[in-house]
Write a protein that binds this ligand. Structure first.
Ligand code: UD1
Length: 342
């Protein structure tokens, strides 16, 4: 199979490319290399690398030539610094996806399209009130957070309990990046409806592992903690450390992409380990991988835009794609303490 991987030099794209090449697929990578100081050495020799971004019509036209499947990973990720980033996110993610889809349309592409999405499309996770059952969590109030009341509350005042979020949860993007991922999904599914292509969106939870970008405002918490530990500093755990995430290993995420490329299933699925952990647990597990461990510090700070708990149901990905994560939390974090970062 000839597969185009956009963003194939990146953290997740690079692992997908390695796994595709290892099983003998012909891989074309389109990557701007904007996030790289030098051409990535990890790309297998058999891979055809086209350097360009999704605004480069010529590069796109070449990239889509003769491909049977497309795995769209190129995106501006993370939460951004502030609203000033809005135009860059929209240009890279919304318009970038639109340009890719237009190039596929002009070539009458009817193959398989897999797109990277994110758990951020849900906004908050899923919650239950002991009294009122399933309820939506509104954004947390500043005065609650200032007072150290981190759990989202029901209108009746009771603390909510979290539950695993399923794909049929309402989409509720609460930052610019999240809004661009919802749009990426919608545009891609529209392409599927208009063409004969089958389209699948993978909603990644908190991905970590080798070659994760190092300590930038756009990096996730695992990379920030790892960089702190390496510098001999204590990881700074915000809130009370009991906020929940699903940390899923990048090799599992790449494998999920291969399964999705091989399938014709249409829809959006969570890609998660199914084993949620608190951010405090993650900091401790990572610190345990360092010999001169610096104990994590729980700071009580908060970021207004952060969600409290996002745990995922991994069931749909298992049923529809046959995907179950294989790297356990303890093993993955022990390795991540020493994995090379980018
Ligand atoms: C992250 C990504 C998001 C991605 C999603 C799913 C970033 C900035 N966010 O969202 O783009 O779509 O995973 O893969 O990359 N925290 C600390 N100390 C710190 C930094 C963060 O305790 O130094 C806490 C935060 O308060 C939060 C949790 O860690 O509760 C997770 O933060 P982070 O990884 O930044 O964002 P997510 O919301 O999980």
């Amino acid at each position: 199979m000839r597969v185009l991987v956009t963003g194939g030099a990146g953290f997740i794209g690079g692992q997908i490319v390695e796994q595709l090449a290892a099983r003998g697929d012909q891989v074309v990578v389109l990557d701007s290399l904007a996030a790289h100081e030098e051409p990535p050495e990890h790309l297998p020799d058999s891979v055809e690398l086209l350097v360009g971004d999704l605004g480069d019509e010529r590069a796109l036209r070449r990239a889509v030539e003769g491909v049977d499947a497309v795995c769209h990973q190129a995106a501006r990720v993370g939460l951004g610094v502030d609203f000033d980033d809005v135009s860059d996110y929209v240009a890279d993610n919304d318009l970038g996806t639109a340009n890719l889809l237009r190039a596929l349309w002009r070539r009458s592409f009817t193959g398989r399209l897999v797109v990277a999405s994110s758990m951020v499309v849900y906004g908050e996770g899923r919650y239950r009130c002991p009294e009122h059952g399933d309820v939506r969590a509104e954004p947390r109030r500043r005065d609650d957070l200032d007072a150290g009341r981190f759990e989202p509350r029901c209108g009746c005042g009771a603390d909510l309990e979290w539950a695993a979020v399923r794909e049929d949860a309402r989409l509720d993007p609460r930052n610019v990046y999240a809004a661009t991922k919802v749009h990426t999904e919608h545009l891609s599914f529209l392409y599927g409806r208009e063409s004969e292509a089958t389209v699948c969106a993978l909603r990644y939870h908190n991905v970590y592992g080798p070659r994760m970008p190092r300590d930038t405002p756009y990096a996730g918490v695992a990379s920030i903690f790892r960089s702190a530990l390496e510098a001999g500093k204590a990881p700074r755990v915000f809130e009370d450390g009991n906020q929940t995430r699903d940390f899923v290993h990048v090799r599992d995420v790449a494998r999920a992409n291969l399964l999705a490329l091989d399938s014709a299933w249409t829809g959006a699925a969570n890609i998660a380990s199914g084993e949620p952990h608190s951010v405090g647990d993650m900091a401790r597990a990572l610190a345990a991988g360092f010999t001169e461990a610096t104990e994590p510090v729980v700071t009580g700070e908060y970021r207004l835009g952060d969600v409290r708990h996002v745990a995922a149901s991994p069931d749909l990905a298992a049923e529809a794609l046959g995907f179950r994560a294989e790297t356990g939390f303890a093993e993955g974090m022990a390795d991540f303490a020493h994995d090379p970062l980018r």
